[in-house]
Design a protein around this ligand. Structure first.
Ligand code: PLP
Length: 408
């Protein structure tokens, strides 16, 4: 195990390899050069240097090729919603615009009750304690800071899925802990593991973890004293069956001890621009997070809390959005399989995990020739090197264009 940890530390220092992991999409804050310039101080520079480079730049040539298509690019490389924010959510935001005082870090009682009611109604989790709910500034923020908020540090191993949303790795690095990309918990050996991430439905693969799998993770973590954080932000976008929550009594035996479900309304309610998300589960753990977040000013603005509460109380707009994505998924699935692709997993979520059994950059190039931009699977870990991730987040018109280009 010590060998593994040393290996991991070497990975942390090797810019070439670190560069394989990335943020999920181009940095809205500006190019990475800005980040390095801003990090001129010693400690900050060390932290910045331990974080991944910005590999979306490597997609630039394919993007240029796709953009030169005479009928325009179809950009399926990032999972950013394109449909309108529901009117009732916009109204709730506007109705709370008069907000002279500081908002509650813990969230309003109405918001925390709305989360508990949503878990009971939509996720098969009755009796969630509203004290175990905490709003977050989008879920990416929580993913990036959770190891730090839990007090993880050097010598600790944070386990996350082998093919994964890159911010799990980033969060471990921010805490100066060691990220371990593995689907086998035994890979951690005897190391101290304060935190295990699961992500179901998965970004990028769309895989849903069944009750039995989650139960095993929870049992392992409880034996080792690890927290399980389950990132479930695509749970309402399941194409057949359901995606169980880590808080489901069938998974956790009715006790939320040591468990956190991480959730976001970015996708299901077209709210990515609001940064509206929450974490829920063990009230004692949530209180620990709350203590630090209060000191650090990690507060969700009051109008966003009001919007989040309204969105959670309305299932109709989620149903409408789900049906939009279901139709787009069917069109894209048909187009890809018709063009000889194999689509693996993808039973839920906003992506098709597709392959032509060739290196992912060849597939990226082939699609770019046809004006379609997708993300190379290698961005999500070495095990993704022969897949591409195709997002469902484009308008019906653009999705229709893909079908015409691939089958035409
Ligand atoms: C698995 C996963 N977790 C978290 C996030 C972050 O979502 P947000 O910060 O918009 O809540 C994303 C976004 O793509 C994701 O795919």
């Amino acid at each position: 195990m010590e060998g593994l940890l040393q290996g991991q530390r070497r990975v942390l220092r090797r810019p070439g390899l670190a560069g394989r992991r990335l943020q999920d999409g181009p940095h809205p804050q500006g190019p990475p050069g800005d980040q390095r310039a801003a990090a001129a101080g010693g400690g900050a520079l060390t932290l910045a240097a331990s974080l991944p480079d910005f590999p979306w730049d490597r997609l630039a040539p394919a993007a240029a090729r796709a953009r030169s298509h005479p009928e325009g690019v179809v950009d399926l490389s990032v999972g950013t919603p394109v449909d309108p924010t529901p009117a009732l959510v916009q109204r709730a935001l506007a109705g709370a615009a008069d907000a002279p005082g500081y908002p509650q870090t813990w969230g309003t009682p109405a918001l925390r009750s709305a989360v508990a009611a949503w878990f009971a109604r939509r996720r098969g989790v009755p009796g969630l304690d509203p004290d175990g709910v905490l709003p977050t500034v989008g879920s990416k923020e929580l993913v990036a800071w959770l190891p730090t908020l839990l007090g993880a540090g050097p010598g600790d191993v944070v386990v996350h899925p082998e093919v994964a949303y890159p911010t799990y790795d980033v969060g471990a690095r921010i805490a100066r802990a060691t990220p371990l990309a593995s689907d086998a918990l035994t890979a951690a050996g005897p190391a101290r593991v304060p935190l295990v991430w699961v992500n179901s439905p998965s970004n990028p693969t769309g895989r849903v973890l069944p009750v039995e799998h989650l139960r095993e993770v929870v049992a392992w973590a409880r034996e080792r004293g690890a927290v399980v954080a389950s990132d479930e932000c695509y749970a309402e976008l399941v194409w057949s069956g359901r995606a169980p929550s880590v808080l489901d009594p069938e998974v956790c035996g009715g006790s939320h001890e040591g468990l956190l479900a991480v959730y976001s309304l970015s996708k299901q309610s077209n709210l990515a621009g609001y940064r509206a998300a929450f974490v829920a589960g063990d009230p004692a753990l949530v209180r620990r997070l709350l203590e630090v977040r209060k000191h650090a000013g990690m507060i969700v603005p009051w109008p966003v809390q009001a919007a989040l509460t309204a969105a959670l109380g309305d299932d109709e707009h989620v149903q409408e959005q789900r049906e939009r994505y279901r139709r787009r998924r069917e069109v894209l699935l048909g187009a890809l399989t018709g063009a000889g692709f194999r689509v693996d997993h993808s039973e839920a979520g906003l992506y098709l995990w597709a392959t032509r059994d060739e290196p992912c950059w060849d597939t990226v190039g082939w699609l770019a020739e046809r004006g379609v931009l997708v993300a190379p699977g290698e961005f999500y870990g070495a095990a993704g090197a022969r897949h591409v991730r195709v997002a469902l987040t484009a308008t019906d018109e653009r999705v229709g264009a893909v079908a015409a280009r691939l089958t035409g």
